[in-house]
Design a protein around this ligand. Structure first.
Ligand code: C5P
Length: 240
């Protein structure tokens, strides 16, 4: 499918139209950002690595009954995706306390809560993705009750599937961010990406970070950690 006009130029990805009304091409950049775009850099190969990682994960989720925008990986940096009308929200699933939650509530990173924590943020760099709750979502018309219910169920299932997959390759799934949109027929689907840029992956034994915290906190080589995640995922999913 041929690439047409640029529709969206984001911090880490670009979206292009195609000649088909129902499809877009998503292209991953090497640009890395943190703290709502305040810290910026370029990491060689990062776009290609995240494209491969996210393609493998989305394919695995699709095979396990989660409807997503992913159609196929086209080349090193690009994927063919279903066109989405996206919700202006980010949904975070937390299995272990880390990052902003650790800072906000002054709880030590690595603490395991009694149950999974689900958060909703408004997608806005200017406002620094403020945390909101389902009352805000309903009252301000960001999504309906029915959509929120459906999202909650997809988040739970995605968390179960990913936790199991990653555990098999010695990675603990600490937390991750999901985005949702509607396809051209109005059906809810999982969109965007799932990669070490949008999730926290800790090595199960050494507890080393294999994710964007390496960049955020200057902890080490981002490219080799993302490569390690890809190699382990390929070994788990090689027959898929
Ligand atoms: O930064 P925070 O601890 O709130 O992030 C929770 C999870 O959501 C992390 O895995 C982070 O990478 C992801 N996230 C994201 N994009 C954002 C905010 C958080 O991918 N805008």
């Amino acid at each position: 499918m041929n690439q047409k006009a640029l529709l969206y130029n984001g911090k880490s990805k670009q979206i292009f139209a195609t000649e088909g009304q129902n499809f877009v091409i998503m292209s991953y950049k090497d640009d890395e950002t943190a703290y709502y775009g305040v810290k910026k850099s370029t990491i060689p190969n990062k776009g290609a690595l995240n494209n491969k990682i996210s393609s493998l994960i989305f394919k695995y989720l699709e095979q396990n009954g989660i409807y997503t925008h992913f159609v196929e990986q086209l080349d090193e940096n690009k994927q063919l995706c279903r066109r989405a009308k996206s919700l202006p929200l980010e949904f975070i699933v937390r299995n272990v306390i880390a990052g902003t939650l650790s800072r906000r509530l002054d709880i030590e990173e690595g603490t395991v809560p009694e149950s999974t924590i689900y958060e909703i943020c408004l997608k806005s760099d200017i406002l620094r993705d403020p945390l909101i709750n389902h009352y805000h979502v309903l009252a301000l018309g960001y999504a309906t009750e029915e959509t929120l219910r459906e999202i909650r169920s997809i988040m739970q299932k995605t968390n179960e599937l990913l936790t199991k997959l990653l555990k098999s390759i010695n990675i603990d799934l600490i937390d991750f961010k999901l985005e949702f949109g509607f396809d051209t027929e109005g059906k809810l689907m999982l969109i965007d990406e799932i990669s070490p840029d949008t999730a926290r992956f800790w090595d199960s034994e050494s507890h080393e970070h294999l994710d964007r915290d390496l960049f955020r906190r200057d902890l080490g080589d981002v490219e080799s950690a993302y490569k390690e995640v890809l190699t382990r995922l390929e070994s788990a999913l090689q027959n898929g």
